[in-house]
Design a protein around this ligand. Structure first.
Ligand code: ZN
Length: 237
């Protein structure tokens, strides 16, 4: 029953190839890791901008206080009665006016920075939540990858063990012929005939030939269309 043994070997090899391809196609989380990295960067950028604005606001606040202190000093001079000279009084009032204008412009600047902070803070919170979600998705993906890889490895090990046991029962010369054919025929050396048609190339096999193949599976018939070895099932011998 050499043909059937080779056919079973073929089925095992096809399963091994398919399982290995499935294993290779498993998502190891690379794409999700890129999403996490991009989100980390986005959050760092937003937090960096917020930190710079907060530092700017603290500097403006100090400056506004210092301007206020200076103005208070001039105010005290003005109302102390110590300064009687009208020229000197006018100079003090001019200083006060210029300090008020400076304070006003510093306050405007602080307001505009605060507006920017208010716009970006919700965005930073949104990105923070997105980062948490994408990190959770990555953790999940990595766990799923490890489980699926282990399952595929187990399946490949099982198939390979069955293949070795079967190959040990097959004549060495036949095995070599099988391997050579498999190499040259896209991994498919032995095919079944279904409904009189070769599964490998879909060419019809004449009825009389089918009968002969089914009668003597040890003869190892090859398909005229594709050259693969044929296995015939379901033909009454
Ligand atoms: Zn064929």
């Amino acid at each position: 029953m050499a043909a059937y043994q080779l056919y079973d070997l073929q089925l095992l090899d096809t399963s091994i190839v398919r399982t290995a391809a499935h294993r290779a196609s498993l998502d190891d989380g690379t794409a999700q890791r890129a999403v996490v990295a991009a989100t980390v960067q986005e959050l760092a950028d937003l937090q960096g901008r917020l930190a710079a604005w907060h530092a700017h606001l603290r500097a403006l606040d100090l400056e506004i206080r210092s301007v206020g202190a200076k103005r208070a000093k001039f105010d005290a001079d003005l109302y102390s009665g110590r300064v009687g000279n009208p020229k000197e009084l006018a100079a003090i009032q001019e200083e006060i006016g210029s300090l008020d204008r400076l304070k006003g412009s510093l306050e405007d600047e602080a307001l505009s920075v605060m507006e920017q902070v208010e716009q970006v803070e919700p965005e930073a919170r949104r990105v923070e939540a997105a980062l948490e979600a994408s990190q959770a998705a990555l953790t999940h993906q990595e766990a799923a990858f490890i489980a699926a890889t282990a399952a595929a490895d187990g399946e490949i090990a099982d198939l390979t063990a069955r293949r070795s046991a079967l190959a040990a029962q097959i004549d060495e010369y036949l095995l070599k012929r099988y391997e050579r054919l498999r190499e040259h025929k896209g991994g498919l050396a032995v095919v079944a005939v279904t409904g009189g048609i070769c599964d490998g190339c879909h060419v019809a096999i004449p009825e009389g030939r089918l009968q002969r193949i089914a009668e003597d599976p040890n003869a190892l018939a090859a398909c005229d269309g594709c050259g693969r070895l044929l296995v015939v099932r379901g033909v009454q011998v």
